[in-house]
Design a protein around this ligand. Structure first.
Ligand code: 7TS
Length: 410
């Protein structure tokens, strides 16, 4: 790790602490990333100086808040390379964004006999909303398989078999939160377009980690969460192509999403306001904009390279130095997520004992129950890296897992 990356740790006050008497090693970034001081400052400054509701007041604070909130939307549009800010809807996160598409687009466009195509590696957030939609409309679910074994790759040889003209929507994750695999999102979106299906990219694990450009991807919708991108919890985005958002009915009703209201009927404001009923999450949206500045200052290519270097090194060292470990996902060309099964030790014991050493991992099914069953596992342990992690932290991870193994062997 170059000194420049090492210096970044000073931007994250939370990293500088002891947990159970040891310096914290935070390797749970796939669950949520830590926040740099500039994002924390953006939040406190808003509440100390600018707090007011948006899109309604004419007083100075309200205009300041409205300006900053809409500037955050413009910032997100630039970050994702949307054609215009109106293609960015603020939501509470990836889960909310996917539910928005399932309800507003899905209810209006799907009927019995239509097919929703998913992959076998989806997070519950990109599975259950489609199951609910299928139940409401009579549409059916179909799955693009993951190849047998532990590489975690999608079985692309099956794509033509499953992606037929009866598929009206294809939703898939860009990066798996369990396997660390990076899916060929642009190819999958192009394949969907060829059969006339709408594409939905779950970018929860990719948006803060890889260069991401919705126009280069060619996706129709894309969902992301700020909290996995150095931003606050409770805020995220749905990118939607302008024509699709314009044609969709609202998701929720309330203030701010209307142009005119009568006692018996109403007309909607244009997108994105149509999808933002009620007082939005103003402070978190503004701080999210600051997080996007921070990520772009680092450079997303550089972040991706750094994540991959750490994850590849961790994978190779765990394979070589922790006997009996079963590693999931590809050995290379991967994101920063490294999941594993330590033979004879339950993931919850791994995570509990790692915590005693100050190492924060996640153990469980990672909201991937069907994939776990397919892999013949009930849970895995997971180390997930971000740009502020170091090679020295991989030393701590390896030593900790060796210690856990010795404990359970002895
Ligand atoms: N999709 C993927 C691929 C995810 O990894 C997650 C969260 C979500 C959707 C949902 O995001 P949310 O912000 O709306 O909750 N994944 C994880 C995880 O792996 N550990 O904790 C949360």
């Amino acid at each position: 790790m170059s000194p420049a990356w090492q210096n970044l740790r000073a931007d994250f006050p939370i990293l500088d602490q002891q947990v159970n008497g040891q310096p914290l090693v935070y390797l749970d970034n796939a669950a949520t990333a830590q926040k740099p001081q500039c994002v924390i400052d953006a939040l406190t400054q808003f509440y100390r100086r600018d707090n007011a509701n948006v899109h309604r007041g004419i007083h100075a604070l309200s205009m300041r808040a409205t300006f900053a909130y809409e500037a955050a939307r413009e910032r997100a549009a630039r970050f994702f390379n949307a054609a215009e800010p109106g293609e960015i809807v603020f939501t509470s996160g990836t889960t909310d964004s996917i539910n928005l598409v399932a309800s507003a687009w899905g209810d209006a466009n799907l009927r019995a006999g239509d097919v929703i195509l998913l992959t076998e590696m989806e997070h519950h957030s990109n599975l259950v909303p489609w199951q609910l939609l299928a139940r409401r409309t009579g549409a059916q679910l179909r799955y693009l398989p993951v190849v047998a074994g532990d590489s975690g790759l999608l079985d692309l040889a099956q794509l033509d078999r499953v992606l037929k003209p009866d598929v009206k929507l294809f939703a898939f994750t860009h990066v798996s939160n369990t396997l660390g695999v990076i899916n060929p999102a642009a190819d999958l979106c192009a394949a969907a377009r060829k059969v006339g299906a709408v594409s939905v990219v779950d970018a929860a694990q990719s948006a803060g980690h890889l260069p991401l450009d919705v126009r280069a991807l060619g996706c129709d919708f894309l969902a992301a969460s700020a909290h996995k991108m150095c931003g606050p919890t409770g805020i995220g985005v749905l990118y939607g192509r302008r024509e699709l958002l314009a044609a969709m009915p609202p998701y929720r009703g309330g203030g701010s999403m209307i142009s005119n209201v009568e006692y018996f009927e109403s007309q909607w404001a244009p997108a994105p306001q149509k999808f933002e009923a009620g007082t939005p999450n103003i402070a978190d949206a503004i701080a999210f904009g600051r997080a996007l500045d921070y990520l772009d200052d680092l450079g997303r290519e550089a972040i991706a390279r750094h994540d991959e270097q750490l994850a590849t090194l961790a994978y190779a060292r765990l394979q070589a130095e922790v006997p009996g470990i079963r590693l999931l996902g590809p050995a290379r060309h991967r994101s920063g997520v490294v999941s594993f099964d330590l033979k004879g030790v339950h993931a919850h014991d791994v995570v509990t004992m790692a915590d005693q050493e100050g190492v924060a991992l996640r153990g469980g099914h990672h909201c991937n129950q069907p994939l776990m069953r397919k892999l013949g596992l009930s849970s895995t342990s997971r180390a997930s890296f971000y740009f502020y992690n170091t090679e020295a932290e991989i030393d701590r991870l390896v030593a900790t897992l060796q210690k856990i193994q010795r404990f359970f062997a002895g």
